[in-house]
Design a protein around this ligand. Structure first.
Ligand SMILES: Cc1cc2nc3c(=O)[nH]c(=O)nc-3n(C[C@H](O)[C@H](O)[C@H](O)COP(=O)(O)OP(=O)(O)OC[C@H]3O[C@@H](n4cnc5c(N)ncnc54)[C@H](O)[C@@H]3O)c2cc1C
Length: 412
């Protein structure tokens, strides 16, 4: 089958990257989004391109931690008491993957992806994107105690054992505070991680969309795809309004809603929304680089003139209402560690859905229909891995698939 025209459903980082790399291979693209560019997870995230931290979500400590605290609304991992069978199936599958052996197997895949993920960003930027990635130096992880820090160091040891790279240096409280004066006296230990980058997600996604348009692609906002039909010689997508569009192939990149459209094409892996919250503050002095509080599971990223603070993992419907208690929980966890912030003046309060799979691996590739492809399920790390995903999928749709894609088989 020759692929000349492709419809991409979903204008998040994964869909737009796929469209861009398809254009690199001479394919004409139309990107359809029910809302617009970066309407869900790709907007309010922390923007970290951090290979040292890009790890599979299901791991033994998450399970221990989750069981202890999942039902407490102020905990960073929250699962509402539920009788929702789909969510229970996801949680059972997730728990089954939280063994050291499964984590190591998934980590071996992430190691391969992490080695080339930033390279895919460089290709985008080399192709004329107006927005850049920024080197995070120093990228600081801050802790209230050396004991808290040990958990991250243990994790890094496991990453290295799986063949991953982590270049880091231990810092005492005085040194980390001298590197980042916003850190409060309660910070007693730190780690400086090298070789990480970050982006300003809204600006980067806008630049990516502009680039797709500038190269002749169409981006259609307000097109909520209701159904996808694979026909002889073409594939057709239909909107709720009744409008239809046809192409040689379609890529479903609808984030946490991937299952709705991909299910009929044999994709049985559940993609569950792991909802995260963020907001921004204006500190007395804006840090130049991200700050990570691993024990609190809070990420801080400087974006233009404000500091974005992000956290929480709430396994709920992507349509559940914004819950202000989660924002308050992030504030309560972060306040003792960061000084110089007026916590009563929060802006850009936001919730978005990480597309999580039970085994922590993305779903990228062909489905049962030769004309329907999926790209999603990156959980915590869709920004870091989005451009690589687009590059791999575009290559598979127009030539010979990279062997790495076998690990992301959507029909597994
Ligand atoms: C708080 C938080 C912090 C994060 N921090 C990071 C980070 O630092 N680094 C990192 O790598 N990742 C991070 N992530 C994860 C990252 O944001 C996601 O993995 C990534 O954005 C997923 O991209 P996506 O394109 O698959 O999905 P999305 O960005 O969710 O895009 C899906 C798009 O599909 C559209 N859509 C859905 N259904 C339909 C339909 N039926 N028809 C048409 N359009 C449809 C939606 O409107 C949306 O625009 C974070 C996430 C959160 C919540």
């Amino acid at each position: 089958m020759t692929v000349r025209r492709v419809i991409v459903v979903g204008a998040g980082v994964v869909g737009l990257s796929t469209a861009w790399f398809l254009q690199e291979r001479g394919v004409e693209v139309a990107v359809l989004d029910r809302t617009g560019v970066a309407a869900d997870a790709s907007w309010g995230n922390a923007g970290w391109l951090a290979p040292a931290l890009t790890l599979p979500l299901p791991e033994p400590s998450v399970l221990r931690y989750g069981l202890r605290s999942a039902l407490t609304p102020s905990s960073p991992v929250y699962v509402p008491p539920t009788a929702d069978l789909r969510l229970l199936r996801f949680l059972t599958g997730f728990a089954r993957n939280c063994t050291p052996g499964r984590w190591r197997a998934a980590m071996a895949v992430f190691v391969q992806a992490n080695r080339v993920a930033l390279d895919a960003y460089d290709e985008l930027i080399g192709g004329g994107l107006t927005e850049q990635t920024r080197t995070a130096d120093p990228f600081l992880a801050a802790f209230a105690s050396e004991r808290d820090r040990q958990n991250l160091l243990d994790e890094f040891e496991q990453v290295r054992a799986a063949g991953g790279e982590v270049d880091c240096e231990l810092l005492d409280g005085d040194t980390i505070r001298s590197l980042e004066p916003l850190l409060g006296d309660t910070v007693r230990a730190g780690v400086r991680i090298r070789g990480q980058r970050f982006i300003d997600p809204p600006r980067f996604l806008t630049a990516l969309a502009d680039s797709v348009r500038g190269r002749g692609g169409e981006i259609v906002e307000g097109f909520g795809t209701r159904a996808v039909r694979s026909r002889v010689g073409a594939v057709e997508v239909a909107a709720a309004s009744g409008e239809t569009r046809a192409a040689d192939a379609v890529v479903l990149a609808t984030g946490a809603r991937l299952g709705d459209l991909a299910g009929p094409f044999g994709v049985r892996t559940i993609v569950q929304a792991g909802r995260g919250y963020s907001f921004s503050v204006r500190p007395a002095e804006l840090p130049k680089n991200p700050i990570y509080f691993p024990a609190q599971r809070v990420a801080c990223t400087p974006l233009h003139d404000r500091l974005r603070i992000a956290g929480m993992m709430e396994f709920r419907s992507p349509d559940a209402p914004f819950d202000p208690r989660r924002v308050q929980a992030i504030v309560d966890a972060t306040r003792p560690l960061l000084g110089g912030i007026d916590w009563s003046a929060l802006k850009e309060e936001w919730v978005g859905s990480r597309p999580c799979t039970p085994d922590g691996l993305p779903l990228v590739g062909a489905t049962r229909s030769p004309r329907v492809f999926v790209a999603g399920g990156h959980g915590m790390w869709g920004v870091a891995l989005g451009p690589l995903t687009g590059r791999l999928l575009a290559q598979a749709m127009t030539g010979t698939p990279d062997p790495l894609l076998r690990c992301f088989d959507p029909l597994r």
